[in-house]
Design a protein around this ligand. Structure first.
Ligand code: ATP
Length: 142
């Protein structure tokens, strides 16, 4: 039986299910700022932006980084997050993120020779890598 005091939270990426469990609350980065979802939240659909997603379960906090996607809160305390990518903070490969950030920065210097759509893609890539670096650093310093 589903507890009315819990949120059924499912986080999915194209690679598969990242998290699927009953939790107490989750904070999610959206285009309109961070939202915190508790059980019995009103139904809602929103766009996710690159940043930290923090969930709480039984007093423990699990930080992740997501890079974009959509969230849907359904009646009955069910929350679905469909993210482009999602990694737990402790699994972030900092060197890979820094290398990808530097590559994007280098390519962005050629803005004049680039279609707007390609530049926008690079900007999104940059935001994704900066979010990984930010979240990775935050949970590495003790
Ligand atoms: P890169 O730019 O690093 O060469 P990419 O553009 O293929 O790689 P993404 O599309 O952001 O990277 O992600 C592809 C997969 O790799 C996803 O499953 C994502 O979670 C994972 N991933 C990408 N970068 C990192 C990282 N720095 N640390 C951990 N996992 C990562």
């Amino acid at each position: 039986m589903q507890s009315p005091d819990k949120l059924q939270f499912k986080l999915v990426t194209p690679d598969g299910i990242v998290y699927d469990d009953a939790i107490d609350q989750v904070s999610i980065p959206t285009a309109a700022g961070e939202i915190t979802v508790l059980p019995r939240h009103i139904p809602l659909v929103s766009i996710i932006s690159a940043g930290e997603l923090r969930l709480k379960k039984d007093g423990a906090e699990i930080p992740l980084v997501v890079s974009g996607g959509v969230l849907e809160i359904r009646p009955g305390s069910q929350l679905y997050v469909l993210a482009d990518t999602a990694e737990r903070a402790e699994h972030i490969d900092m060197e890979r993120a820094e290398a990808a950030r530097a590559r994007a920065e280098e390519l962005m210097k050629q803005k004049e020779q680039m279609a707007d759509v390609d530049f926008a893609r690079l900007q999104a890539k940059m935001e994704k890598e900066l979010a990984r670096l930010r979240v990775g650093r935050k949970y590495r310093k003790i």
